[in-house]
Ligand binder design. Sequence first.
Ligand SMILES: [Zn+2]
Length: 201
Amino acid sequence: MKALGSWTECINLAVEAYNAGSFGIAAVILEDNGNVVARGRNQLRDNLESCNTIRMTPIAHAEINALNNLPLQRQKDKDLILYTTVEPCPMCIGAIVMSKIRRVMVGSADPHAGSVGLLEKDDYLKQKGVVAVFADSIVEELSFSLHYISIKRDLRPNHPAFARMHKRYPAYAEKLDKLIDSGRLIINKPLETSELVQALE
Ligand SMILES: [Zn+2]
């Protein structure tokens, strides 16, 4: 399996979210040296025992849970980095801005609900100085794929998110559609990270 570096735990946690029946999205907060200090995953649709305090509510997003799981003594630490597999939504961008975290690594863009653009558009958000960096290559494709197969499994086929995701990542989306249609990727059963990496190769 290709090395995912600092993204390994975040991607594995997104797979856990997907397998549990929620959206395959996760966030992990790291120190500069790569130590994980907090984890959170999407838990909109499952009540399994996980790292999350917020479950089964519309705000049970990965970043909210990761920020909420940050130990009290680290809440004011400005040197931590938040990794999230999918571009934060407006709620999560707001929560990141209100936290002390100023560096965000984003696995893949979310052309439906992603709101990193707000950091530049709103004066209050802008003066907070949050910097978001988007990943590329395998991290981008894996992050997008986990998000895409989640909505493919759980949302109605004519949901507007599909057209936006196809437009933003046409090659990734078409590849996934083909893998699913040919039965090489089965979206109604649990996946392992290595299996998904292999299918995408
Ligand atoms: Zn969110």
